[in-house]
Design a protein around this ligand. Structure first.
Ligand SMILES: Nc1ncnc2c1ncn2[C@@H]1O[C@H](COP(=O)(O)OP(=O)(O)OP(=O)(O)O)[C@@H](O)[C@H]1O
Ligand SMILES: [Mg+2]
Length: 531
């Protein structure tokens, strides 16, 4: 059917042929190249790292094992310039691909959902966000190389109209630039947006950022080097080896959410979102200095790491519903992993550096994630209370607790009297840790040196401040505080041991009575000696 016939069918009058021809010849181009190229520079990459991540994505998608990034200041014609280069040992590009690679919107994998790239925007967009000129040299056979470039100034001045036809590059030039025998080297020149930056700190920050973004690739033995130094992975969940501390423990099983999506052709398929939580070890890390907590990414980094196709694209306070962020939330982390076929659901944009979750996604994830976050917050709060209690512990109490489990628990005796055994005090990692000890001072009636009680697994000993022995051994309030001297510490152990033995030997109620009579007489005798 001709255009005329189609339009007749639709009831719209077709323009006469001469008008149609002239319309096609003078059709407005989709973009005004010189203005577009300047406007698109502000596409909003959050950092140098997130822009370079586009190039590293491309390198790994081209099956590179090694990526070398170089940042250097150069003087060109008496003017300062910053040069940024990303070289990889991947598959490289043939001339046909190279011709298109710098075109906005061209992709050899347009809208494919099996890996990172799908928009055809990453390379030109990320490059121009920091540079006024991007050059590519590439070799896909290890024998010959070609190159092309995109130059903002040449387009604005009308010197070139687009991307020049790829030209042959000498092998010497290729290997000098790329450092590899095959692959691609992208060079950013005229980096006007980096001119004011100090390269030392910028490079260090870049390594840290890439180490976090590409942690899974580095663990899978890919290598990224920035100015001669290898990028070390950083695990924001503090679980795997890297530049981070290791010591967080998983909280609950990995949660999986199966989402059914339509691929637009009426077919449906499912995709999985994996969510895992970890708890940071409060008792071990709470004592780190603030500087360490900051540099380790513990403080003020609460929230969720969002990982798309194995690469982190965002992190922050996501999926927490009504729950506000508190300091206790620094002590757990969450990681949400998904595949690019859920991009629409997560609201991924072409810069691949942030998400904008849809209502549908929120309704899937928030109920479970908010509930778990509240639970973890409460656990962190409790862990801090325990840490505070432990800090107020007497040395004698801690020592007695450490060794108590080497002895038969006093509660074992109950078995012989057919009573239920006492519940044992659980130590770290589920070990039986024996009794908890408490030693306190109080002035009470009567002549006994101390009173003792065994409540569950807690053995409490209260020393009588009215007894002359107590006044002699702990004469001041300071001595009775948490940190007494060496002599007090030894006497405290003696008394804790005594109290423990009383309970271990008192199998019947009449035993207990006899022991109390003995303690009373013993306390009296001691008081007589001391007065
Ligand atoms: N380092 C590289 N090695 C091989 N081919 C590359 C490399 N970088 C880019 N390309 C080619 O250039 C094309 C354009 O890259 P670009 O990053 O702009 O888009 P994309 O990766 O396809 O999609 P996205 O915009 O999502 O990143 C790619 O599809 C790929 O064919
Ligand atoms: Mg890309």
């Amino acid at each position: 059917m001709s255009t005329d016939e189609k339009q007749r069918g639709s009831g719209i009058a077709a323009p006469p042929k001469q008008i149609l021809d002239s319309m096609l010849n003078t059709a407005f181009p989709l973009v005004v190249a010189d203005q577009f190229i300047q406007a698109t520079r502000d596409s909003g990459y959050k950092s140098l790292g997130s822009a370079l991540a586009e190039l590293v994505d491309n390198a790994f998608e081209a099956k590179a094992s090694n990526v070398i990034i170089t940042l250097e200041k150069r003087k060109i014609d008496d003017a300062q310039d910053v040069l940024v280069r990303v070289a990889d040992d991947g598959l490289g590009m043939n001339v046909e691909t190279l011709r298109h690679a710098l075109q906005f919107g061209w992709s050899s994998r347009f809208n494919q959902r099996d890996s990172h790239g799908r928009y055809g925007m990453g390379l030109p967009n990320a490059s121009l966000s920091h540079a006024r000129r991007a050059e590519i040299l590439s070799s896909c056979d290890g024998m010959a190389a070609s190159g092309t470039y995109l130059d903002v100034d040449e387009i604005v001045s009308g010197h070139t109209e687009g991307i020049p036809e790829p030209y042959a590059v000498s092998w010497t030039e290729f290997t000098r630039t790329s450092l590899f025998q095959r692959g691609t080297a992208v060079t950013w020149r005229k980096c006007d947006r980096l001119l004011e930056r100090k390269l030392g700190p910028l490079t260090r920050r870049l390594r840290v950022e890439l180490g976090r973004l590409f942690r899974y690739q580095i663990w899978a033995k890919k290598s990224i080097v920035v100015n001669g130094e290898v990028v070390v992975p950083f695990d924001p969940t503090f679980t795997r080896e890297g530049a981070n501390l290791v010591g967080a423990s998983p909280f609950g099983p990995v949660l999986t959410f199966e989402v059914t999506i339509s691929n637009g052709n009426g077919q449906v398929k499912s995709s999985i979102i994996n969510v895992r939580f970890v708890e940071l070890p409060v008792s071990e890390w709470h004592g780190l200095s603030n500087v360490e907590k900051n540099s380790q990414g513990i403080a003020k980094n609460a929230g969720v790491s969002i990982v798309r196709a194995g690469r982190e694209i965002d992190c922050g306070w996501f999926f927490m519903g009504q729950k506000r962020k508190e300091n206790y939330d620094d002590w757990w982390r969450c990681e949400v992993c998904f595949d690019p076929d859920l991009d629409e659901l997560f609201g991924v944009t072409h810069t691949k550096q942030e998400i904008h979750p849809t209502e549908q996604l929120l309704s899937i994830l928030v109920p479970d994630l908010e509930r778990t976050a509240r639970e973890l917050n409460a656990r962190a709060r409790r862990a801090f209370t325990e840490v505070k209690d432990a800090a107020l512990r007497r040395r004698s109490e801690s020592l007695a607790e450490r060794f108590d489990n080497l002895m038969e628990p006093p509660g074992e005796n109950d078995r012989k009297t057919k009573r239920a055994p006492r519940q044992r005090f659980k130590g770290g990692r589920g070990q039986i840790a024996g009794l908890e000890y408490r030693l306190r001072f109080n002035a009470f009636e009567g002549e006994d040196l101390f009173e003792a009680s065994l409540d569950g697994t807690r053995l409490a000993v209260t020393l009588n401040e009215n007894h002359p022995f107590v006044r002699r051994v702990w004469p001041t309030d300071g001595d009775r505080g948490e940190q007494g001297g060496e002599m007090q510490y030894t006497v405290e152990l003696l008394l804790l041991a005594l109290a423990r033995c009383e309970f271990a030997l008192a199998r019947m109620p009449e035993d207990r009575q006899r022991i109390e009579v003995f303690r009373h007489a013993w306390s009296n005798t001691l008081a007589t000696f001391l007065t």
